[in-house]
Design a protein around this ligand. Structure first.
Ligand SMILES: NC(=O)c1ccc[n+]([C@@H]2O[C@H](COP(=O)([O-])OP(=O)(O)OC[C@H]3O[C@@H](n4cnc5c(N)ncnc54)[C@H](OP(=O)(O)O)[C@@H]3O)[C@@H](O)[C@H]2O)c1
Length: 340
């Protein structure tokens, strides 16, 4: 039987490794009725397990060095987390980076910080709120040309809420906002790449697929279910872009990174739990690798899902071309309705 694709992920390898060591230690302790190692060797063992775990969790690296001076890159949600690290890496590679951040003043401040950190890289900050179609249009109007569009921003509200246009907040921001931005920029993207930062969480969407009425979420909200649907839609979006227009579009899972702001809306207990889980996850720098890989590497495959700097099989549902086409049609319908 083929292994579930989740078992190929670095975070699963580090979890299994830690569990084996923990269970092994408990069994040894129970069998011998005493811990067999001295304090010195216990410390040595803990450090060794920590180091091996750290390298298992890190996954693969992709570190391009070529100069990309003529390229224009757009990164959404670049004020924090993976988006910030990606924007910095693009700036260091010599590209002109346009960052989309909520609030013009904040966007300019972050752009200045990134420019300083990259030792004089060109970083321009524009206000972008993906939860408003009007705001997305205003942002797109400022762009003359783009070579790489990194659709990275995401929100995970803990209660049911809607965007300025009345769409369920996660679907509307994480997916529809990026879908609309991509549509507006498509004619200004000649031979470029579009990268959708999705997640392994898309596996959580039930076989019935995405509920475009959002009635279940309205009745009984689950932040994880809403997040999963928005991330599945991003995979459909990338595959459909390649099928429909022959565009180089990619979707990806960046890894499990507990040190970003993605969970900052959750309760204190959950936030502490997530911090503890960071031992099995990647650093933000490691989490940016697959984004940069999809943006620049010739080994990235258009229309496909990637993780750990390689192509990965997404869920069966994500591979369904009819569902992908349905998602595209529903998105166009929704946007047209809202723009009326
Ligand atoms: N961290 C993980 O373990 C993980 C795992 C799988 C996938 N991902 C994906 O990786 C991407 C980056 O996440 P992250 O972990 O770096 O989290 P993050 O630090 O929270 O970054 C998300 C960014 O999106 C921005 N954003 C939120 N709502 C927005 C809106 N309405 N308009 C424009 N920007 C908005 C946030 O800006 P504000 O500061 O203004 O809120 C923030 O800068 C996301 O797509 C996420 O789904 C992350």
């Amino acid at each position: 039987m083929p292994l579930h694709p989740m078992f190929l992920e670095p975070e699963i390898h580090s979890t299994i490794f830690l569990c084996i060591n923990l269970i092994g230690s408990i069994i040894v302790r129970l069998l011998l009725h005493a811990w067999p190692l001295t304090i010195f060797w216990s410390c040595f063992y803990i450090i060794l397990v920590g180091l091996i775990n750290h390298s298992l969790a890190a996954g693969r690296y992709y570190l391009p060095t070529r100069n990309l001076r003529d390229q224009i890159v757009i990164v959404t949600g670049a004020a924090t987390g993976i988006g910030r690290v990606c924007a910095l890496r693009f700036a260091k590679l010599g590209t002109c980076v346009i960052i989309g951040v909520r609030g013009q003043e904040r966007a300019e401040r972050v752009a200045k910080e990134l420019s300083d950190e990259s030792h004089g890289g060109t970083v321009i900050g524009y206000d972008l709120d993906l939860s408003s179609l009007t705001n997305v249009k205003n942002f797109a109007e400022k762009i003359e040309r783009v070579d790489i569009l990194l659709n990275n921003a995401s929100t995970v509200p803990t209660t049911y809420s809607v965007t300025a246009d009345g769409i369920e907040k996660q679907f509307g921001t994480n997916y529809i906002g990026h879908f609309y931005l991509t549509q507006l920029l498509l004619s200004r993207l000649t031979n470029g790449r579009i990268i959708n930062v999705s997640s392994l969480a898309h596996h959580m969407v039930p076989s019935t697929g995405i509920d475009y009425t959002f009635s279940k979420l309205r009745d009984k909200y689950s932040a994880s279910a809403a997040y999963a649907s928005s991330k599945l839609a991003q995979i459909y979006h990338a595959s459909e872009l390649t099928r429909r227009y022959g565009v180089k579009a990619y979707s990806l899972h960046p890894g499990t990174i507990m040190s970003t702001n993605i969970n900052h809306n959750r309760s204190l207990i959950k936030r502490i739990l997530f911090q503890l889980l960071s031992v099995i996850g990647k650093t933000v720098e490691q989490g940016s690798m697959t984004c940069i890989f999809c943006a620049l590497s010739n080994d990235a495959v258009p229309g496909h899902f990637h993780s750990d700097c390689q192509v990965r099989k997404p869920s069966q549902l994500a591979l369904d071309k009819h569902r992908a086409a349905e998602c595209w049609n529903e998105s166009e319908k929704l946007i047209n309705e809202k723009l009326k």
